[in-house]
Design a protein around this ligand. Structure first.
Ligand SMILES: *Cc1c(COP(=O)(O)O)cnc(C)c1O
Length: 492
């Protein structure tokens, strides 16, 4: 191993920390249900919701927190949320059916994303609010409501392409939503379908970490609501979408040391830090660093509910520099949010069993790291697909003492495919794992569990269990057996 180990230790809040430490429970679960295994912690999502609610309260704002269901298929998490006052944002027919079946009433559901006719019909029939992308979708919805003699449907108008002072386009292009410069045509369509739809507000969802970009979009929505009102429409909500983010790592210093070392490695100033010299978007063009780091900012000083707080405190440049929260309050507009990843922060982990640990035959080529093969496929632990770099925690088989360490390893999956690497990065572990140990990948509930999962090579997709604390111990059931009722479901 060259130089000091570069650890990227996960941020673990008390609940997840306690679960990772429940060594006996984790091993008996793997023995019973196989590797890999996803574990979700439903009580945490209720706690995360409360953090968003407290930001609403601090700004005296009303409105709904809609959990973006697409980030995890879990029934347990959804049902636990159904037992709160949260809403849910569904993006497919299956997700809508799942939400209705988990106990969400129609007034707590919004339907977003691309919609097929069946999805649109069930949404309209059930009376959920529909986030519409443009004129074509309004036409489709209007026709459907009339044809089936349904009650008028509430719609949120999804906008995009927000600009500041008409010069610099601050928000990135999106394939969803209507560009604000085409707002008039959209509002004409709303009026044309006045018997079939009721526009209740404006919405956006920007996949960016930039608060300034979102503040511009929020201002753009406020302006759009004014345009609605001047036509005699009665909108009452702004929906700022999701993208509040998660801070995955415990230590900022580790993240900075890692990214600095990665740059040095790409420039050849130190040995490679990833399989085959991969640079995560960075490359060396005759001694000059090129490209852009394609990674999630794994340590974020402000994320989740705190990010919403920061957004609401932003001054509205075009509206007298007053904080955005004040403007919402003044108009008595509801604020809707659609957090996916942020509501799932600390809500689960993925376990994988170590099958094999061996030295490399050609020790020099890749730095002499150990090769560690796991009973899991890369798509079962999709952190890397989302650019999240974070170390797993070693959960020893037997109360193994301090073994040899630290060690540098490469983590391989169980497919016979050269590319089945759990991560391309060289991972530093505090001690050498042995077959039978488990690796616990923390904080995988947002997008890293089942969004990318396949059944390649007839290998089963990972099972999922829900776990909750009971006194000093942990109890569990299969994810789809979980209902938020005692004694089986943990929640009171
Ligand atoms: C994916 C998505 C979200 C959730 O995004 P996160 O980054 O997980 O918070 C919210 N709204 C819409 C419309 C989405 O497509």
């Amino acid at each position: 191993m060259d130089g000091r180990p570069l650890f990227l230790e996960p941020r673990l809040e008390p609940r997840l920390r306690s679960l990772v430490a429940a060594t006996g429970t984790l091993h008996s679960l793997i023995d019973a249900l196989g590797s890999p295994l996803h574990m979700v912690v439903p009580d945490q999502i209720a706690e995360n919701l409360e953090r968003f609610r407290s930001v609403y309260r601090a700004h005296h704002l009303s409105g709904q927190v809609f959990y973006a269901h697409k980030a995890n298929r879990s029934s347990a998490l959804l049902r636990r949320l159904a037992a709160t006052d949260a809403g849910v944002d569904v993006a497919s027919l299956g997700e809508l059916q799942h939400a209705l079946g988990a106990g969400f009433s129609a007034d707590r559901i919004i339907a977003t994303g691309p919609k097929n006719p069946e999805f649109l019909w069930l949404a309209a029939r059930a009376g959920v609010t529909v986030g519409v992308d443009g004129v074509a979708e309004l036409d489709q919805l209007g026709a459907l409501v009339r044809k089936h003699a349904l009650a008028p449907v509430r719609v949120l108008l999804r906008l995009s392409g927000f600009e500041t002072s008409g010069v610099r386009v601050l928000s990135r292009r999106s394939r969803f939503g209507t560009p604000v410069r085409e707002l008039e045509a959209l509002l004409e369509a709303v009026e044309r379908h006045g018997d079939a739809v009721e526009a209740t507000g404006a919405a956006f969802h920007l996949d960016t970490t930039s608060v300034a970009e979102k503040a511009t979009a929020l201002e753009g929505c406020l302006a759009a609501l004014e345009a609605c009102r001047s036509r005699g429409l009665r909108p009452r909500a702004v929906d700022v979408g999701g993208g509040f983010g998660v801070s995955y790592l415990a230590e900022r210093e580790q993240w900075e040391a890692y990214t600095t070392a990665l740059t040095d490695a790409v420039l050849g100033r130190r040995p490679p830090l990833a399989w085959g010299g991969h640079g995560y978007g960075l490359r060396n063009e005759s001694g000059t660093l090129r490209g852009a780091l394609g990674l999630y900012p794994a340590h974020r000083p402000v994320a989740g509910a705190a990010y919403l707080d920061e957004l609401l405190a932003q001054p509205a440049a075009s509206l007298g520099g007053r904080p955005l929260a004040g403007l919402l309050l003044e108009h008595l507009y509801d604020l809707h949010t659609e957090p996916g990843r942020a509501l799932l922060d600390q809500c689960g982990l993925t376990l994988a069993k170590v099958l094999e640990v061996r030295e490399q035959e050609n020790g020099t080529e890749n730095g002499g790291e150990l090769l560690v093969r796991l009973a899991a496929k890369a798509d079962d632990i999709a952190l890397e697909d989302h650019g999240v770099l974070m170390d797993p925690v070693v959960v020893p088989r037997s109360g193994a003492g301090p073994g040899e360490g630290p060690v540098a390893v490469h983590l391989f999956g169980s497919l016979c495919l050269e590319t089945d690497l759990i991560t391309r990065r060289t991972v530093f572990l505090p001690r050498r794992p042995v077959p039978g140990d488990l690796l616990a990948f923390a904080n995988t509930a947002g997008y890293a569990m089942d969004f990318h999962a396949t059944r390649a090579q007839h290998q089963p997709a990972a099972r999922k269990v829900a776990a909750w604390q009971d006194g000093d111990g942990w109890r569990w059931c299969l994810d789809d057996q979980f209902w938020p009722i005692t004694p089986s479901g943990g929640a009171q």
